[in-house]
Each structure stands twice: as C-alpha cells, then as structure tokens.
Design a protein around this ligand. Structure first.
Ligand SMILES: NC(=O)c1ccc[n+]([C@@H]2O[C@H](COP(=O)([O-])OP(=O)(O)OC[C@H]3O[C@@H](n4cnc5c(N)ncnc54)[C@H](O)[C@@H]3O)[C@@H](O)[C@H]2O)c1
Length: 269
C-alpha cells in the first residue's frame, strides 16, 4: 500500500508504540492524525511529525465518531485507522470492580469495534483501506497480565479476525501487532523524562518478563506487514512458538504456563 498523502489516524499516538507508529506513517508520507487522551503529548507528537492533534478518549463511543469526523475534515476520508490505545491491569485474581471491567472493555476492545464501524463502510465504498490493531501476545498466549487485559485482548483479536474474514474481499486489510514486552509507558517508561523510573526493579514479574523490544521495531515490522497485506505481526518470535505449543496440546500448555507464571511471581512450585 502506498501511504503517500493517505489519511491515517493513530489512537494512543502520544506515547510508546502509537507514537512510533505515527512517526513511521508520517515518514512514509501519510497525513497523520495523532489521537490521545493526553493533550500535551498529542500536540507534541503531532507538531513533531507535521500531523493533526485530536484529544480523544477512545473509550467513549461518541468521541470515536468525533475523531473520525475531525480526521476526515482535516485530510479527507480515513485510509488507515490504527487502533492502538490501550490500558493495562494487574494481578492474578478476579478482584476487578465493575467500573474497572467496564473501562478496560471499552478502551481495549470496544474502541476497535467503534472505529471499524466508523471507517470501514467508507473504505469499502472507496475500494479499500487498512485497519491496524495493536493487540498483544496476551491475545494468543495468556501470560502474566491481569484478567481484564487478557479477555479484552483475546476479544480484540477475535474481532480483527472477524473483520478480515468478512471484509478482505471488499478491500479491507487488517494487520494485528501482537508483541510481548515493549519499552513504553506500560513498562514504566516516560518519553518526556529520560531519567524516569524503571519499575522493573521492584516488580518480580517484570524482572522475569524476557526480551523487551523497542516501540520503533514494532512500528517498522507493522508497516512492513501492512505493505505485504499480512495479518499478524510478532516482534517476539517465541510468542508464535508458544502459540504452536498451545495449539498442539492445550492442557500441557496450560499446566506448563501455570507453573511458569507462579515461578515468575516468586511462588514455590
Ligand atoms: N508495552 C507493552 O509491553 C505492550 C505489549 C503488548 C501490547 N501493548 C499494547 O500497545 C498499545 C499501546 O501501549 P504502549 O505500550 O505504547 O503504552 P503507553 O502507555 O506508552 O502508551 C499508551 C498511550 O495510549 C493513551 N491512552 C490511554 N488510554 C486512552 C484512551 N482511553 N483514549 C485515548 N488514548 C489513550 C495514553 O495516553 C498513552 O499515550 C496498548 O494497546 C497495549 O495494550 C503494549
């Protein structure tokens, strides 16, 4: 896909993987709308890449409609929508409140649905378009993340598969980025402060999380997959290997992962 002058929206574009994706899309000539909850970062990144900032809470259905309206009025109909914004939750228990469950479901899952409802009909009318979904390895192989993160990411991958199955012959290409650990806000990084804390030291799960890749690698791999029309982007090859092990013997994979997670949390196994 030639990205020159294409209208691209990146949610969560103010920091981390979204920031890197916005920069990579702009470097290939796309006109980028940087959408984020954080106004300062939205403006900073949009200014840096010559894009348009839109402060937006993707967990609000009406705000997603308004985001697409503003993007269309700035650069014309949306050609690429990157649903990247996401939030985490912690803990190996079921103790999330209804409010926490509602919030993570809206931001990590329903925002992908709402964005597709807003942009896909016009993409189909115009002969095609691209949906990029930043999901997570947690959608393929459940790991140390919390309950809400896990079920919303599984749901987001299921939704992305559904869109691809039902719209690929109408020109819609879906690309899902499913990384394991990435050096972003979710891992304690603050791009506005180079001296920011790295909270891995105080967190046994993060100490044992394995390779942490840079957001730029995720962005470059995603753009390469978009250019080839590929569905799945795995910056950590071991995620694909574990997914294969799960498919081959689900029960053995569950038992082995249970032991691994308990060891990661410092429990006696
Ligand atoms: N960092 C990792 O290890 C990792 C691994 C797998 C998947 N991911 C996924 O990558 C995506 C991006 O996260 P990141 O790692 O770059 O984290 P990050 O915290 O660096 O960036 C997330 C950005 O999203 C914005 N945001 C949060 N809630 C929002 C909302 N409701 N509306 C609009 N913007 C909102 C934040 O302000 C922030 O700028 C998420 O979907 C996350 O689940 C991250």
């Amino acid at each position: 896909m030639d990205l020159q002058d294409k209208c691209a929206v990146v949610t969560g574009g103010g920091h981390g993987i979204g920031r890197a994706l916005a920069e990579a899309l702009a470097a290939r000539g796309a006109k980028v709308v940087v959408a984020d909850l954080n106004g300062e970062r939205t403006k900073k990144i949009a200014d840096r890449i010559g894009g348009t900032p839109v402060v937006c809470d993707v967990g609000d259905r009406d705000a997603v409609t308004e985001l697409v309206r503003q993007a269309t009025s700035a650069y014309g109909p949306v050609d690429v929508f990157v649903s990247n914004a996401g939030i985490g939750d912690r803990g190996p228990d079921l103790a999330s409140t209804p409010e926490q469950i509602d919030l993570i479901t809206r931001v990590n899952l329903l925002a992908h649905v709402w964005a597709a409802q807003e942009v896909v009909p016009s993409m189909v009318e115009r002969g095609g378009g691209h949906l990029v979904q930043t999901i997570s390895s947690a959608s393929l192989i459940t790991g140390p993340s919390g309950m809400g993160y896990t079920f919303t990411k599984h749901g987001a991958l299921g939704f992305a598969e559904w869109v691809s199955l039902n719209y690929q012959h109408k020109g819609i290409v879906v690309t899902c980025l499913c990384p394991n650990a990435v050096n972003t806000g979710m891992m304690g990084r603050n791009e506005d402060d180079d001296a920011a804390r790295d909270d891995r030291a105080s967190d046994p799960v993060r100490q044992n999380i394995g390779e942490i890749v840079e957001p730029e690698l995720c962005a470059e791999m995603t753009l390469a997959a978009m250019e080839k029309g590929e569905f799945l982007v795995l910056p950590h090859p071991r995620v694909g290997e574990s997914f294969m092990r799960k498919a081959n013997d689900y029960d053995a994979w569950l038992a082995g992962t249970n032991r691994r997670l308990r060891r990661m949390r410092g429990e006696e196994v």
